[in-house]
Write a protein that binds this ligand. Structure first.
Ligand SMILES: [Zn+2]
Ligand SMILES: [Zn+2]
Length: 378
């Protein structure tokens, strides 16, 4: 959005309506699309001038603008947005202004912008990896079907050695003008030329590779780096590896959507890895050092004597790496104590002997618990 309508028209703040009108007329003629075919800068300038004059040429709007600036009442930031927004009074005013200019005034159709370079579409590729691969990061080669700029014609669609012909319908402007007479005056409605699809050029000898499209379908092998730490549903953006643009437009982007397969041992929660490990009753009672699986192999875990079933041990720094700084989370191991279901004679005798002890372990822990409570509330 332009910041100062007075500056755009090159007039002083106190300029008279006549001065503004005169200046506008000079500028509008200078930058008019008919005078500057296919000149984007001139086109933008022309729109800017019109937008400024739409306000400064109207006493009510000008007063609002002077008082409130662009954000003033009725001064929405809709911008130029085509001439469709003008009311009839504005049209007649324009018509009057353009008298002496061939009685022609351009009305842009909505599709006018379409024939410039167009960016290619973005692509999505779903990649399934193992948890180990998300731990270490991998290089992966993917086969990607996509549209690419034709190498034979460099995207212009013409057979090499032949040239493009200027479109006879639009004389190379890419636009077709339709003159329309209305009670308000004569209008020229500009639409995209359908013969050349707005490009202004006609291909007489289409490229044998792309048949004049300028693009071809290819399956391309791309090597991608999957960084360590990627999680399920991570999206990796690879700039410029999407579909080719047309008429020199940039390529779209490629989005790799990561799916991490379920693991037989681990479940991932953020950066932490969670697993279960069964130990024997004697290991729980007497304490032990056990070997547990980690994402990198094996590690030792110390089980203190008297470990209860469902106790969770934390193995610090044995989790997944952070995608951004590589700092690893923890591995959480939930212990399950296996109660023996078959005892030999000797073992059975031992348990019977053990049970003769008058101390009830359940009561014992309860007592301890209440004593602790008492201490807290004393
Ligand atoms: Zn080609
Ligand atoms: Zn044409």
């Amino acid at each position: 959005m332009p910041e100062d309508y007075y500056k755009i028209l090159g007039v002083e703040k106190g300029a008279t309506p006549e001065e503004i009108k005169k200046k506008y007329r000079t500028l509008a003629r200078k930058y008019h699309p008919d005078v500057n075919p296919n000149d984007k800068t001139a086109e933008a300038k022309f729109k800017e001038i019109n937008e400024a004059f739409e306000v400064l040429g109207n006493p009510q709007k000008r007063a609002n603008y002077d008082q409130f600036g662009q954000a003033g009442p009725g001064m929405g930031r809709g911008g130029f947005g085509g001439f469709g927004g003008f009311n009839q009074a504005d049209f007649s005013q324009f018509d009057d202004l353009f008298s002496g200019f061939g009685d022609i005034f351009n009305v842009f159709s909505g599709g006018r912008r379409r024939h410039g370079p167009q960016s290619g579409a973005d692509l999505r590729y779903d990649l399934t990896i193992e948890l180990e691969e998300s731990f270490s990061g991998i290089k992966s080669k993917i086969e990607l079907p996509r549209t690419e700029t034709c190498g034979r014609c460099n995207g212009n669609g013409a057979e090499p050695g032949t040239s493009l012909k200027t479109c006879p319908d639009c004389n190379g402007t890419g636009e077709v003008k339709q003159t329309r007479r209305t009670p308000l005056g004569q209008f020229v409605h500009i639409t995209m030329c359908h013969k050349c699809n707005g490009s202004g050029k006609i291909i007489e000898n289409p490229c044998s590779e792309c048949h004049g499209e300028g693009t071809v379908r290819k399956t391309r092998t791309i090597e991608i780096n999957i960084p360590k730490g990627v999680d399920n549903d991570s999206h990796l953006k690879i700039s410029g590896e999407g579909e080719a643009g047309t008429r020199g437009g940039p390529s779209g982007d490629l989005y790799i959507v990561i799916h991490v397969k379920p693991h037989k041992t681990f479940e991932r929660y953020g950066k932490n890895l969670y697993c279960k490990r069964t130990i024997s009753l004697s290991q729980a009672v007497l304490g032990s050092e056990i070997e547990v699986d980690t994402i990198e192999g094996k590690a030792k875990l110390k089980i203190p004597s008297g470990t209860q079933s469902h106790t969770v041990f934390k193995m610090r720094g044995q989790g997944m790496p952070d995608l951004h700084n590589g700092k690893r989370g923890d591995q959480l191991v939930k212990i399950e104590v296996l109660i023996p279901t078959k005892l030999n004679k000797k073992q059975k005798e031992m348990f019977e002997e053990f049970s003769k002890d008058k101390t009830d372990p359940v009561q014992d822990t309860k007592k301890g618990f209440f004593e602790k409570l008492k201490k807290i509330y004393q």
